[in-house]
Design a protein around this ligand. Sequence first.
Ligand SMILES: Cc1cc2nc3c(=O)[nH]c(=O)nc-3n(C[C@H](O)[C@H](O)[C@H](O)COP(=O)(O)O)c2cc1C
Length: 204
Amino acid sequence: MKQRTLVVISAGLSQPSSTRLLADQLSAAAGAAAARLGVTLDVQVVELRDLAHEITDHMLTGFAPASLKQAQDAVAAADGLITVTPVFTAGYSGLYKSFFDVLDKDTLADKPVLLAATAGTARHSLVLEHALRPLFAYLRAAVVPTAVFAASDDWGADSVEGPLRGRIDRAAAELAREIERREPVTVADPFALTAGFEDLMKNL
Ligand SMILES: Cc1cc2nc3c(=O)[nH]c(=O)nc-3n(C[C@H](O)[C@H](O)[C@H](O)COP(=O)(O)O)c2cc1C
């Protein structure tokens, strides 16, 4: 089996959070789809709620506190990403946008990304198309064709039902295929020597 990493960003604020519930369903479906392709996914969930203060600190100071830096590094090293935001005031939530505002703008270039959102009403489902897709197009992410939207009515007991189940599985399969067909991500060590010792001495 190949090994790959998946980072799941959940921007829900409630506890329990329907955004987190959708994120968990998507990551479980992605894990199952990847396994069918001979890939084991190592999944890490990042709850933006827990990083809200650190994200603001980064915006104010230009530096990421340790826990935020850890999450940013995990995103950079991930072979694939699932992001889920609640719809707030007909758009993505401010916390969700702020996380990507303080992420290096090249981090997501060519990274497979599955987009998803939760909301109170299905009338705002196009937030995925008019807000999330343009953001990730700017970041040059490789967004999979199927995006997943869950309104309150889509939830039964503790799971999703009906047509939403099919969209989750389809989006997860698309993400797994993109992760499987790529080489694993390698992150360059910023402190690694790029020239030999003799070459360095020549420049003295
Ligand atoms: C400040 C605020 C604004 C919201 N605005 C919208 C909205 O414009 N459209 C909508 O369909 N739902 C809206 N909602 C409902 C949330 O999107 C929905 O309850 C979401 O699933 C909450 O996610 P959570 O349970 O993970 O916190 C809003 C909720 C809050 C708290």
